[in-house]
Write a protein that binds this ligand. Structure first.
Ligand SMILES: *[C@@H]1O[C@H](CO)[C@@H](O)[C@H](O)[C@H]1NC(C)=O
Ligand SMILES: *[C@@H]1O[C@H](CO)[C@@H](O)[C@H](O)[C@H]1NC(C)=O
Ligand SMILES: [Fe+2]
Length: 261
């Protein structure tokens, strides 16, 4: 198996594939050249959660979840809509918008990086959590991949915790699949996504996210105050490993048989 030709086309085909974040999907640029997307004021919308705000208690408290979703995430959506109103890029679904980051007009880059990144990453984050967490199954491809890469699942957890703890200020910790087929723990600042590519997130931090943790203070301060490590420990109780496994298979599958653009 080899992963030589991984390009933007690969990233884009991943971004276009169903992530399970249905309400985010807008017209796909280039999917039908006979009817190009008009420059309309398409709006991005706040995706509903698959569970109630209380459902992750006692690990993640209801008030934090409610504020995080209805205030913080909503604000990214509102600001993104305001910034892209009437712009042709607003017809792209959110993951495509981020993958096409380098094509954006210069005066839209900062706002899309922050507000679009916030929308994309929070939409992913809600899917990445579940009230019905089960352990990652022994022998599953993701478990095996993690064990092969980090030597054991516990060593992976330690590496992830260390990375999440070390993010200075606001940011995210991720488990990503790189374009060479490697699993790697990385961190990004603010709302940057590994999908934005190395020129934005730095060497070695670009790839397809498998799981990720928001370590902005707004994600934990009410419940855990300044003790971010306790929040990171609690995260293991609510990780949606089924979703992570699906992402891993999706990433691997797309690498073996890249779809044409
Ligand atoms: C969690 O499990 C309960 C009980 O089986 C089920 O009703 C609920 O839909 C599940 N929620 C999610 C988000 O999977
Ligand atoms: C983070 O944002 C990007 C866009 O910036 C999005 O495509 C991605 O799915 C988000 N989250 C993860 C974990 O990928
Ligand atoms: Fe957040």
């Amino acid at each position: 198996m080899h992963f030589a030709n991984l390009t933007l086309g690969w990233m884009l085909s991943l971004a276009q594939s169903r992530l399970g974040v249905g309400p985010l999907v807008h017209n796909k640029l280039g999917s039908d050249t006979s009817s190009p997307a008009p420059p309309t004021a398409t709006s991005y919308t706040l995706p509903p959660l698959d569970y109630s705000y209380e459902a992750l208690e006692p690990h993640f408290d209801a008030e934090t979840m409610r504020i995080h979703h209805t205030k913080h995430h909503q604000t990214y959506v509102t600001n993104l809509n305001a910034a892209l109103q009437g712009n042709e890029f607003s017809s792209l679904d959110i993951d495509e918008l981020m993958t096409r980051f380098n094509d954006l007009p210069a005066d839209k880059k900062t706002v899309v990086r922050n507000q679009g990144g916030g929308h994309a990453n929070h939409s992913f984050f809600w899917k990445n959590l579940t009230p019905n967490a089960t352990a990652l199954a022994d022998g599953s491809p993701l478990k095996t991949g993690i064990e092969d890469t980090f030597s054991s699942f516990v060593a992976f957890q330690q590496a992830f915790e260390k990375a999440a703890t070390s993010v200075f200020g606001s940011g995210w910790a991720w488990l990503i699949l790189t374009d060479t087929g490697e699993l790697r723990v990385v961190t990004t600042a603010n709302q940057d996504s590994p999908l934005m590519g190395e020129s934005v997130v730095g060497a070695g931090a670009a790839g397809f996210p498998i799981m990720g943790l928001d370590v902005w203070e707004h994600a934990y301060y009410l419940q855990y105050r300044n003790v971010r490590p306790d929040y990171i420990k609690a995260y293991w109780q609510v990780v949606n490993w089924e979703f992570a496994s699906e992402r891993y298979m999706e990433g691997r599958g797309s690498m073996v048989q890249p779809e044409p653009l």
